[in-house]
Design a protein around this ligand. Structure first.
Ligand code: KGT
Length: 276
């Protein structure tokens, strides 16, 4: 039986403190034989100035230390770790990618996804102007990642949630669990988060595992939390609301197949000619 967990946290601009929080939460989690844990976007560093993330990416690039810390955690707790996101320096060295790295329970890095859609928007909150592309370089592609016998992971990050074509592409490639590590703003989260997550689950008939930042961060930025795991039928299996910590649900292949077979929307779809 495969378990899925989300971890919700209020990350600080201090890597050590965030690592300590992640370990504290994992040591309190009942870990199943096969267990996928999803951390939020910017899990190891959040709420500093935007330039601080670039500085961190530069500082940690030579020995890849953020990746090494996360790999060690996956191995120690024997979990498949979808490590939210961390800033990884680009080859040119002037920007970073907002990257979700995935680790096996033996501590091997088995996947990486660089956020495709960057959050350059105006929000009616204290921050007002979000300009992610100032320091972040967008990714170029997405691929499905088999992680257990029956689970093919689709990786997305935060603002990606608003682009159903990405989810459709992952589903067409065979994804049946899609992860959405996030740092949704409080304002946009309250308005759109749950509706978007449930829509992506229902229209694609997949599990959605969405782990969010939550609380007021050092910079004053407020994030929405409400980390959730949603079934292929669109049921909210667990919702952390504004309480930080972990929540768990069970992946059921039987349930997934039942939903996909009883309402075969993929086969009925008139807009896609070839679907696996
Ligand atoms: O820049 C950083 O420090 C970390 N990155 C983020 O917080 C990112 C980009 S600013 N946030 C989002 O994508 C929020 C999306 C969102 O809230 C929505 O789609 O409504």
């Amino acid at each position: 039986m495969v378990k899925l967990s989300v971890m919700q946290m209020c990350s600080e601009p201090n890597v050590e403190n965030n690592l300590a929080y992640i370990e504290q939460q994992l040591s309190g989690l009942k870990i199943a034989d096969e267990h996928i844990v999803v951390l939020p976007e910017c899990c190891l560093f959040f709420g500093g100035k935007d330039a601080d993330q670039l500085a961190l990416a530069k500082e940690t690039a030579p020995d890849n230390s953020l990746v090494a810390e996360l790999a060690a955690i996956a191995k120690k707790y024997q979990i498949i770790l979808v490590a939210g996101s961390i800033p990884l320096l680009t080859e040119e060295g002037d920007k970073f990618t907002n990257s979700c790295c995935v680790f096996s329970s033996t501590g091997e890095q088995i996947g990486r996804y660089d956020k495709l859609h960057l959050f350059d928007v105006v929000v009616d909150d204290a921050e007002k102007n979000y300009f992610e592309s100032r320091y972040t370089q967008a990714g170029k592609e997405t691929k499905v990642l088999p992680v257990t016998q029956n689970i093919n992971l689709g990786l997305t990050i935060c603002y990606d949630l608003r682009f159903p074509e990405l989810f459709r592409s992952l589903t067409s490639q065979g994804a049946n669990v899609i992860t959405v590590p996030s740092a949704f703003t409080k304002v946009t989260g309250e308005a759109h988060w749950q509706v978007l997550l449930q829509s992506r689950a229902i229209e694609n008939q997949v599990y959605i595992v969405a782990a969010g930042q939550s609380g007021t961060h050092a910079s004053g930025r407020e994030t929405w939390g409400h980390s959730m795991i949603i079934s292929p039928w669109g049921e909210v299996l667990t919702n952390l609301a504004d309480q930080n910590g972990c929540a768990t649900a069970t992946f059921s292949l039987e349930n997934l197949k039942k939903v996909q077979q009883s309402m075969p929307v993929r086969a009925h779809n008139q807009f896609i000619t070839k679907l696996k």
